[in-house]
Design a protein around this ligand. Structure first.
Ligand code: GNR
Ligand code: NI
Length: 185
């Protein structure tokens, strides 16, 4: 088990479309272990593998409250197969966009098919926070971030702030942005 660095925007890897897992083998279980360690340490309620730089369609989640026992959930190759017309609004955050929160409207309920850790096909119907989080994580597997669902004005402001922070080296896990900075400080 190892805690991994979480990629922060504008890291381009966050825009990759992840590959489906072909076989749920030991290497996938090792990845899931690292993802839980990273997610619990952050702390976050969900994590997609691409957030630690692995472009595979693997998601971990734990929606248990602090005073409740852990409820680790794993979704491999998750896919929305039905979503409600009714929308719900949730104040979302993302470990790859630290300390930024904004309201996002998404389908209130979804049906998601996925593989479990035994490689067995499963399907769940979710609403509430589970539905929101599943959609947020499935977006990550497709290179989509929650700021893609807010206004362009807000998204541009967030991107600008994080590009500037990256140039200043404010986040240790930051990858260098394209242009070199012309000055120090
Ligand atoms: O920890 C997280 N909290 C959260 C809150 C509202 C909606 C979605 C999330 S997921 C986020 C962790 C994360 O970035 N997962 O990709
Ligand atoms: Ni996220």
């Amino acid at each position: 088990m190892a805690k991994r660095d979480i990629l922060i925007i504008p890291d381009k890897r966050l825009r990759l479309k992840s590959d489906p897992v072909k076989t749920v083998d030991k290497s996938v279980r090792a990845l899931v272990d690292d993802m839980f360690e990273t997610m619990y340490a952050a702390p976050g309620i969900g994590l997609a593998a691409i957030q630690i730089g692995v472009a595979q369609r693997v998601v971990t989640m734990d929606l248990a409250k602090k005073d409740e026992p852990p409820e680790p959930l794993v979704f491999i190759n998750p896919e929305v197969v039905w979503s409600s017309d009714e929308k719900s609004i949730y104040d979302e955050g993302c470990l790859s966009i630290p300390e930024y929160y904004e309201e996002v409207a998404r389908p209130k309920a979804v049906k998601v098919k996925f593989l479990d850790l035994d490689g067995k096909p499963q399907e769940i119907e979710a609403d509430g926070l589970l539905a929101t989080c599943l959609q947020h994580e499935i977006d990550h597997t497709n290179g989509v971030l929650f700021i893609d669902h807010i206004s362009k004005l807000k998204r541009d402001m967030v991107m600008k702030k994080f590009k500037k922070a990256a140039k200043r080296g404010e986040y240790p896990a930051f990858e260098k942005d394209e242009e070199p900075s012309h000055h120090i400080g």
